[in-house]
Design a protein around this ligand. Structure first.
Ligand code: HXC
Length: 285
């Protein structure tokens, strides 16, 4: 779906969107949706080549693009990236905190530094970006979108570090919404479900488990990066001018199937009980 069939292709004309981790995956998908609607885009990340390739795709959509190599764990690098963005594209109107790190590991095997690394990238990185962007967002009465995850409110095996980081992000988002509302700054989170073709899915699920995973999603399929981009566009747009402090779950209803495995087991048990009852009836005759 092309978002400009639904929203004006000038919706974000003259606006600047800064996206951490914008070189790939969901974050690049978000960037492309804003670019399609006229926004200029700044992306930061750790790998120059990845950023350059993403910038080419964004320029092809008509956006002016600012690229900055910056690790969200380094405040000075973020401050420099935001200053560069202001100089090249003007003060930012939207900040998307999307940079994240993830790997599966049993909690008893996770080192303190492994835990800290994900907290540093996801939670500290989101605070760092918000803090570094504050003065520009205050000037534009802009908004912040955090890319959270279902791990923030439901425990997933082998994801203790991500759970702590993402839950922290959602609570931080609410605090910032509370404190910065007076400056006209809105803050919201998006919780993507399983999104096809992303680094996250590559890291978190083996290909042969995907059919089972997909079957547990009420809408019966994984989401696309565009479907997260569309939600980001809505949250940043005037259509959401009174929306702040909210967590917008965008997962095809996946979280509703939290009891799916239990239900499968229960169904087997019921079937076995029914078969046994039938046999008993038969033998009594
Ligand atoms: C156990 C691990 C590990 C693993 C790293 N560590 N990988 N522990 N299992 N697979 C530990 C290391 O041993 C080390 O601790 C510490 O973590 C830091 O590791 P480094 O490799 O030095 O860190 P760094 O180079 O900064 O890399 C960060 C990273 C890496 C998170 C570890 O995977 C990364 O850069 N990821 C970015 C891309 C990414 O993950 N994208 C997916 C996001 S998806 P010690 O104690 O040995 O020093 C996502 C979606 C969530 O977030 C929700 C989906 C539904």
């Amino acid at each position: 779906m092309n978002i400009s069939s639904y929203f004006s292709s000038e919706l974000f004309k003259g606006k600047t969107v800064f996206i951490t981790g914008g070189g790939s995956g969901i974050n690049l998908g978000v960037a492309k949706n804003f670019a399609t609607l006229g926004a200029n885009i700044a992306i930061c990340g750790r790998t120059q080549a990845k950023l350059d390739s993403a910038a080419g795709e964004l320029r092809a959509l008509g956006a002016k693009v600012c690229v900055a190599v910056a690790d969200v764990r380094e405040m000075a690098a973020l401050e420099a990236a935001l200053a560069q963005t202001k100089a090249e594209l003007g003060s930012i109107d939207v900040l998307v905190c999307g940079a994240a790190g993830n790997f599966l590991v049993p909690a008893e095997q996770l080192s303190a530094n492994g835990f800290k690394t994900v907290i540093d990238i996801d939670l500290m990185g989101s605070f760092n970006a918000s803090r570094a962007a504050f003065s520009q967002l205050k000037e534009t009465r802009g908004s912040i979108i955090f890319i959270s995850a279902g791990q923030a409110y439901m425990p997933y095996a082998y994801q203790v570090h991500v759970a702590a980081a993402k839950a922290g992000i959602d609570m931080m988002m609410k605090n910032l919404a509370l404190e910065w509302g007076r400056y006209g700054i809105r803050c919201n989170s998006i919780v993507p479900g399983p999104i096809e073709g992303t680094e996250g899915m590559k890291r978190l699920s083996s290909p042969d488990a995907l059919a089972q995973l997909t079957a547990g999603i009420p809408l019966g399929r994984m989401g696309t990066v565009d479907e997260i981009g569309q939600v980001a566009v809505f949250l940043a747009s005037p259509l959401a001018s009174y929306v702040s402090g909210t967590v917008l779950v965008t997962d095809g209803g996946q979280n509703l199937a939290g009891s799916a495995l239990f239900n499968m087991g229960a169904e087997k048990m019921m079937n076995a009980a029914a078969a046994a009852a039938k046999n008993n009836t038969g033998s009594a005759r």
